[in-house]
Ligand binder design. Structure first.
Ligand code: GUN
Ligand code: ZN
Length: 439
């Protein structure tokens, strides 16, 4: 029996040639998978003859296969915070988020939410994410264990926060360093898991804690054979947050300078939001090769502001899109793309649909330093993919009747799509989710 798994469908993914983004689309495509990895991708008619006639082909009609989405910034403990009414960032943190996050000192609770969260990611077609946990080590243990059991490629980290929050959430300079280090030793680069050092944001860390985070980051750099740990935090999300940072760190030139001066900038560092950056901050982010996760649904939901993708492009900063659950109000990367499009519109530009799918797949992988193994269907990458059912929504089905090209198809999906069209999800070539048919 052949060890190849063959999938016939329309197939789309993004590729980059000499830094130029290209859409690679097969109206009648074939994807060849073996041992959980992509072997080959192409036109069905051109590839099929090399396989013996008894090789089984899974044929998805009226479907589109795309790479699993990569969500580069979100908070699994905020699963039950989503859709909390009437607050802007700092009030929202105090009123809802810090209250919920205290519950994660209970491992059972953390395990329950980790499972629910992963279920929700998968049913939305998101196969890789970088998530904040809480300041409790057990919240990280619960998340990594759940992700490992499902063979998922995931990044997570223990939140470091030692001030300006309830006692139940505060760690201290020493424990945050040693607890994070122990978690790195246990989980980083184990199977498909990676660790991200996670100072929440400058206002909830003392300068001493940020210094320890920088020390830790320097202790686990990229080397020839191993990937170093990542770093995730928030920056320039809301005006009152920025003013507060200036008060707390009066010597700093600007918000990014706080992180930069504690050695937290660099190619393994992912800064969420960055919507009120100054020119000097963009410049310094580019110089340090720091990465950005834009969170349009969250920025609109919390009324934080509008990102500026043109500026990020101008400075050549590697950028991705993310849901920021539970500041964001949807797990669906279709929603995230939809809102990103509207933010670009308000800034006087159009977000090209191929670029939008790039920002939620290959660019997400790049931001997480994982574009060597996920993000598109290049040979030897891991076969994490999603089968979209183009008939699942009557409106999409009808709208697609007037579609003549892949750009229009993608734009229709990013505008009208949601979890209803996510029909099947594959992890390392294994089907882990099939949408229930409701008649
Ligand atoms: N800034 C600090 N913590 C958070 C958080 O949990 N969510 C968002 N959106 N911003 C933050
Ligand atoms: Zn966030």
């Amino acid at each position: 029996m052949s060890s190849y798994s063959l999938y016939r469908s329309s197939i789309f993914h993004c590729i980059e040639n000499a830094n130029t983004l290209e859409a690679d689309y097969y109206a009648d495509g074939l994807m060849v998978v073996q041992h959980g990895k992509i072997v080959e991708l192409g036109h069905y008619a051109q590839l099929i003859d090399q396989f013996s006639v008894d090789t089984r082909v899974t044929h998805f009609k009226d479907s589109l296969i795309i790479p699993g989405f990569v969500d580069s910034h979100l908070h699994y403990p905020q699963y039950r915070v989503i859709a909390s009414y009437g607050a802007t960032l700092l009030d929202w943190l105090n009123k809802y988020t810090f209250v919920e996050e205290q519950k994660f000192n209970d491992s059972d609770y953390a395990e329950e939410i980790a499972e629910l969260f992963l279920d929700e990611l998968i049913k939305n077609g998101t196969t890789t994410a970088m998530t904040f946990c809480t300041s409790h080590s057990q919240s990280v243990e619960a998340f990594f264990s759940a992700a490992q059991n499902r063979n998922l490629r995931m990044v997570a980290g223990k939140v470091m926060m030692d001030r300006n929050a309830p006692t139940g959430l505060c760690d201290d300079v020493n424990s945050s360093y040693f607890d994070s280090k122990a978690l790195i030793e246990k989980w980083h680069n184990k199977n498909r898991l990676s660790y991200a050092i996670t100072p929440r944001f400058a206002p909830t860390s003392t300068p001493e804690q940020l210094a320890q985070a920088g020390k830790l980051l320097a202790e686990y750099p990229n080397s020839q054979n191993t990937k170093g740990v990542l770093l995730q935090t928030h920056m320039n999300e809301a005006s009152d947050e920025i003013a507060w940072v200036q008060e707390l760190y009066p010597q700093s030139k600007h918000y990014f300078d706080v992180y930069d001066s504690y050695r937290l900038a660099g190619s393994n560092s992912v800064f969420g939001h960055c919507i009120h950056n100054t020119q000097d901050e963009y410049q310094r982010m580019a110089e340090t090769d720091s990465k950005v996760a834009l969170c349009p649904t969250s920025n609109l939901f919390l009324g934080s502001g509008l990102f500026d993708l043109d500026q990020l492009d101008y400075y050549g900063i590697t950028t991705s899109l993310a849901s920021d659950i539970g500041g964001g109000d949807s797990f669906s990367m279709f929603s995230v793309m939809n809102e990103a499009y509207k933010i670009c519109k308000l800034n006087g530009s159009n977000l090209d649909p191929v670029r939008a799918f790039y920002l939620t797949t290959l660019a997400g992988a790049k931001v997480l330093n994982m574009d060597d193994c996920i993000g598109n269907f290049e040979p030897n990458k891991e076969a994490d993919f999603v089968v979209l059912d183009l008939n699942a929504s009557e409106l999409i089905k009808q709208r697609l009747k007037s579609t003549t090209n892949i750009d229009d198809l993608l734009f229709c999906l990013m505008t009208l799509g949601d979890d209803r069209i996510v029909n099947q999800v594959y992890i390392l070539g294994q089907c882990v989710y099939k949408k229930m048919e409701i008649h």
